[in-house]
Design a protein around this ligand. Structure first.
Ligand SMILES: [Zn+2]
Length: 143
């Protein structure tokens, strides 16, 4: 997947825009978010340009997932946080601001004022089963 010329994160991968790099290998780069929600806020990206996670190859997604446990542990260790939110905004409607897949690792502390709206709804009768069938069928398998 070729770098996208106007993509800020591709430019960071290529070193055209400076960043504070924390980790990198052939497939993945982790660097400090320049607008941190908390000290230690890390971004983890595939080096290949993908706009959203559903476009990623399984191999590149696996490479990214492989490093998340250790990076999360290091963020917590260094920031002193006892928990983190791992957040991936997928698509503009979901709040994605840079259109290159990225996972946020955001250190959390009690009373830190962060948080999010979480207002669970409920399904009408049969709808959850219907959606589950539609999704498993789309995946080409039966649950
Ligand atoms: Zn990019």
């Amino acid at each position: 997947v070729a770098a996208k010329p106007d993509c800020v994160f591709c430019k960071i991968v290529q070193g055209e825009i400076p960043s504070h790099r924390v980790f990198e290998n052939d497939a993945v780069l982790a660097f400090m978010d320049i607008g941190p929600l908390a000290e230690g806020h890390l971004l983890v990206i595939p080096k290949a340009h993908y706009q959203t996670i559903d476009q990623m190859s399984a191999e590149h997604a696996a490479e990214l997932g492989r490093v998340l446990p250790q990076l999360t542990g290091v963020v917590q260790q260094v920031s002193g946080a006892t928990g983190c939110n791992l957040l991936q905004n997928n698509g503009v409607v979901a709040g994605q601001a840079v259109l290159h897949v990225h996972f946020h690792i955001i250190p959390r502390a009690a009373q830190d004022g962060l948080g999010y709206r979480w207002h669970p709804k409920s399904y009408p009768d049969g709808r959850a089963a219907e959606l589950a069938t539609l999704m498993s069928t789309a995946l080409g398998r039966s649950a």
